[in-house]
Structure formats: C-alpha cells, structure tokens
Design a protein around this ligand. Structure first.
Ligand SMILES: Cc1cc2nc3c(=O)[nH]c(=O)nc-3n(C[C@H](O)[C@H](O)[C@H](O)COP(=O)(O)OP(=O)(O)OC[C@H]3O[C@@H](n4cnc5c(N)ncnc54)[C@H](O)[C@@H]3O)c2cc1C
Length: 489
C-alpha cells in the first residue's frame, strides 16, 4: 500500500481510475469478438513478460496504434513454451514446457496459422501403448482400448460393463446436465457451482461411483496420494481441452513465440527484470533492473502476465483489493518436471511399442520424435504432482536416477542405450515458480473470478487468469482480453 492512502481509499480510487466497478468478473473473450475494429485512445502500454500472453497482447495493441513496450527478464521470449535445443546429438530437441496443441484451441491455432507453422500429431496411432497400474502393465492400442477387467482396481461389475467410453462420460452426468459454456469466465453456473468443494474422488463417491474410477481416468496425472483438484476444474478441462486431436509444431513449439517476438522486434526489452510496480491517478511507474542498474519506466497502463508465484513475490506497493490478493495467494498451483533422455536406439519399437505410457506414479512417458525413422532418438519422463514437488529437493543425479527407474519399469533396457539427459523442473524456474495454476477445491468459485480483474491501471493476463489453466490457449485468450480492456479506454 502506498504511504499516502489506505486500502479502502485505494479500492475506491482504483475503481475510478479504471472506470469499472470491481464487483463482477470479466467475460472471457471469444475468438469471434471483433473488438479490434474499434480503436481506443492511443495509450502508452507497458507489458510485463514476453510469454504467450504478453506477446499476443503486445501484437494486438501495437496493430491498433498504441505505444507498446514489453519487459522480459530472460534473454528469450516464450516463457513456459520452451524447447531444449543444442544439447543433443543429430539435431534432436525436446519441448520441456508446452508440448501438445489441441486442435480445438482456437486462439492458439489462430497464431500457429498466422505464421504458417506446420503441425503434426503428438500421439502415434501405430504400435501399442502401455498403462501401468498397481505394478501391472496393460497393453492397448489407440484403436482398441484394453478391457477394464484387466486393470487391478476395485470397480463394480456395472462400471466394468461400461468400458472406457462409458467410464469417461457417465460419472459426469450430473455436471453435463447444466454445463453452460465452460469457456466463460462466469462459469460454473449456480446449478453445479456447489460441486467446486469436491475433489474428483469425493465427487465420484457423491455420485455413487467407485473412487477407483479416478485412478483409471487420471492415469499419468493422479497418484494414490490423490489430488486436491476440484471436480469443476477437471470437468472444465475435459470439456475444453480433452477429446480433440493434439498436435505439435514441426521443429519445436518455441517456433511460435519466436515468430511472434521476431515480428514485435525491438519493442521487447530482454534481460530486464521488473522489480516494482506503482500506480496513481495518472499512470503507472515500473522499476526495472538491467545488468544491475535500476531505472523507472512510466506508462498509462500496464498488463502484467507474470505467473502466480512471481505475482505473490512482486512489489506492487500493496495496491491490490483484498479479494485479488487472497486469490493470488490461495489459488492452487501445480508443479511439473520433465526429463528427456537421448538413446542410441529406440529399443521399445522392437517390442511393437510406440514409447507412450501412463502410470499411477504419476508419470507419463513418451517418444517426442515417434514419427522419426531414425534409430537414435529420445524418451521423455513427464513427472507430475507430488513426485515433481520432490524433484525440487533432489540433486541432478537423483532426478535422473528417478526418471530412469520410471522408464526402465515400463520399457526395460534403457541403460543399454542411454546417452545423456536434460531435466527441467518448473517449480524451481525463477521466472515461473510452477508449471501452472490449478483450481483446487473451492478455488474455481472463490478465487478464479478475481484473478483476471484489473486493479486500477494494472491489467492481468496469463494462463492463470483464463479458463484454460496450463494451456497456451489461456495465455493467448487472456492477452487478447487484457488488450481489449485497455483499448476500450
Ligand atoms: C511442463 C509444462 C507443460 C505444459 N504443457 C502444455 C501443453 O501441452 N499445451 C499447452 O498449450 N500448454 C502447455 N503448458 C502451459 C503453457 O506453457 C502456459 O500456459 C503458457 O506458456 C503460459 O504463458 P504466460 O504468458 O501466461 O506465462 P509465461 O510463459 O510464464 O510468461 C511470463 C513471462 O514473464 C517473464 N517474467 C517473469 N518474471 C519476470 C520479472 N520479474 N521481470 C521480467 N520478466 C519476468 C517470464 O520470463 C516469462 O517469459 C505447459 C506448461 C508447462 C510448464
């Protein structure tokens, strides 16, 4: 809080500055909204962060004639879209952040198409995949799921009868009946909002299903220790991001932010860390540090795209409303880590396997270049939830040993072909501090609506301030939404 005004005064003041009464969440922006047709008064806009939210906001505002500057702490744009390059043989690379682009993510697809980037399927359709449950390996193919009888979990005879298709849809009937539009920021509707206090397992019990249904549907995500994720967040995910085919950008997903940054050119200031953000009735002052030297930059408005852990630590001169601050402090966070290992031979192919697996540890394993005809390649261990939290207190050697053990447990023989590795632990990334936001129990109704609301002249974008947590789609949609807010003044 500034020295001269108290919090109540500030809330009133910031409502006046922004011209909006902060009582109602903002609407999520639809891709068909032609907001760019009306040109607001040109303003000087400072965008904090050159991830997908900052890049898309900057691009749209610049096109409209606003004076835009983007401040980025790292030497590269893209943030959590990060492709590990130049560390493997034969030009191999691996996406260690955003990996899959669902075809129904219209905002992401719009920018992919703009730059003519080529997409190929993320998942193979040939050869078999594996599930590992309670130590048992179950083999299946993309066209033929395994019988539920094969899984060593406690399902009722009726649940087994439903098969995978029934088990993935029937438990959600109570939510589907009144679903509304899960992409809206005002979602969920009152009729289902009360389910926000339940985790998936609690919801299953409430709906008279076996909790083991969660163990199967959350393979690769939830371990036996469970997850706090609200069933409302899970249902939104299933509606908005699951089911559609998933792709990857040929040559690596970082080609998208690179193309955007290239177009924006010198308006991005790299290697410049934001230290402090202060506002008053007339503008915003941002203190930045570059090579140890501090300077201030003034702007009419700011779009802040920093991830939640960065927002928590940032010195905003305590200017936020109580609901906003509580939402920032208490919204759920999810950690992820990925170890990519180079192998001299993609040995799993000899067994008719395609290198893809999901376990109850919770780990996903995949071959990032399954489409390649080359013998040498990679295998990735995608480590989640409690296991990725424990990575933060492990040495590099321990992380590698853990990841190798997981891959060996599924595809034995790794040590014969292992050539080197790289591990990215997002929980310790100084520019993100986590992988993404997640709506834990009650978060979707109590906190999410406040994450996207402006505070005076400071506007907010980023995956956490969208309906799509942990997706590029959410970053881009919120970047456009924040740009629209500013353009309306
Ligand atoms: C492991 C993992 C897997 C994922 N998988 C997928 C997937 O398969 N598909 C998908 O679509 N999405 C996926 N995502 C999510 C996607 O990567 C993010 O939702 C999206 O990239 C977030 O963009 P953003 O602009 O909101 O934030 P960020 O990318 O975090 O951008 C914020 C920017 O701010 C900068 N910054 C931070 N602090 C400061 C400071 N003090 N000063 C200056 N600059 C600063 C950062 O360097 C960064 O560039 C994944 C993410 C992770 C981590």
């Amino acid at each position: 809080m500034s020295n001269s005004i108290n919090r109540r005064d500030f809330i009133r003041l910031s409502s006046l500055i922004s011209g909006v009464l902060m009582t109602k969440p903002l609407e999520a922006l639809s891709i068909s909204d032609p907001w760019q047709k009306s040109i607001g008064t040109p303003q000087k806009v400072l965008i904090l962060g050159a991830g997908m939210a900052g890049l898309s906001a900057g691009m749209e505002l610049q096109k409209l004639g606003h004076q835009v500057e983007i401040i980025e702490g790292q030497m590269r744009a893209g943030g959590r879209v990060f492709t590990a390059r130049n560390m493997f043989a034969d030009g191999l690379f691996a996406d260690v952040g955003a990996a899959r682009i669902p075809e129904n993510h219209d905002w992401t697809m719009k920018y992919v198409k703009k730059y003519g980037l080529q997409l190929i399927p993320f998942n193979p359709t040939e050869n078999d995949l594996l599930h590992v449950v309670n130590g048992k390996k179950i083999r299946y193919s993309a066209s033929k799921p395994a019988s539920l009888k094969e899984y060593p979990v406690s399902l009722s005879p009726q649940e087994i009868e439903m098969g995978w298709a029934g088990l993935s849809s029937k438990p959600f009937n109570a939510l589907t009946a009144n679903v509304g539009n899960p992409a809206e920021s005002t979602w969920p509707p009152q009729s289902i909002a009360h389910f926000d206090k339940l985790s998936f397992k609690e919801y299953l019990i409430d709906q008279k299903f076996s909790p083991a249904v969660a163990d199967l549907l959350m393979l690769g995500w939830e371990d036996k220790r469970g997850m706090d994720m609200s069933v409302i967040e899970l249902f939104r995910e299933l509606n908005l991001s699951f089911g559609a085919p998933r792709n990857k950008i040929v040559g690596g997903n970082d080609l998208l932010p690179r193309a955007m940054a290239n177009e924006l050119g010198s308006i991005i200031q790299y290697n410049t860390k934001v230290i402090r953000v202060e506002q008053n009735e007339t503008g915003v002052t941002v203190t930045v540090s570059r090579e140890g030297e501090r300077t201030t930059i003034k702007a009419d408005r700011v779009i802040c795209t920093f991830a939640l852990p960065i927002l928590k630590k940032m010195d905003f001169v305590k200017t936020f409303s109580k609901r906003k601050q509580v939402a920032i402090d208490e919204m759920g966070i999810f950690n992820l880590a990925r170890t990519v290992m180079q192998v001299s031979d993609r040995y799993w192919k000899k067994e008719g396997l395609n290198g893809f697996a999901a376990t109850d540890q919770p780990i996903e394993i995949w071959d990032p270049h399954f489409e390649s005809k080359a013998k040498r390649g990679m295998i990735a261990a995608y480590v989640k939830n409690t296991d990725s939290n424990s990575f933060m207190s492990m040495s590099e050697a321990e992380r590698l040993s853990f990841s190798k053990k997981q891959v060996n447990g599924v595809f034995p023989g790794l040590d014969n072909y292992f050539e080197g590795s790289y591990t990215k632990v997002w929980g310790e990334d100084p520019w993100a501090g986590y992988a993404h936001a997640i709506g834990n129990r009650t978060n979707m109704t109590e906190h999410l609506p406040f994450l996207s609301q402006p505070e005076g002249r400071i506007h907010f974008a980023g995956e956490h301030a969208s309906a799509y947590h942990g997706w590029i789609q959410g970053a881009i949609e919120s970047g456009n939404r924040a740009a629209k807010e500013i353009n309306s003044f």
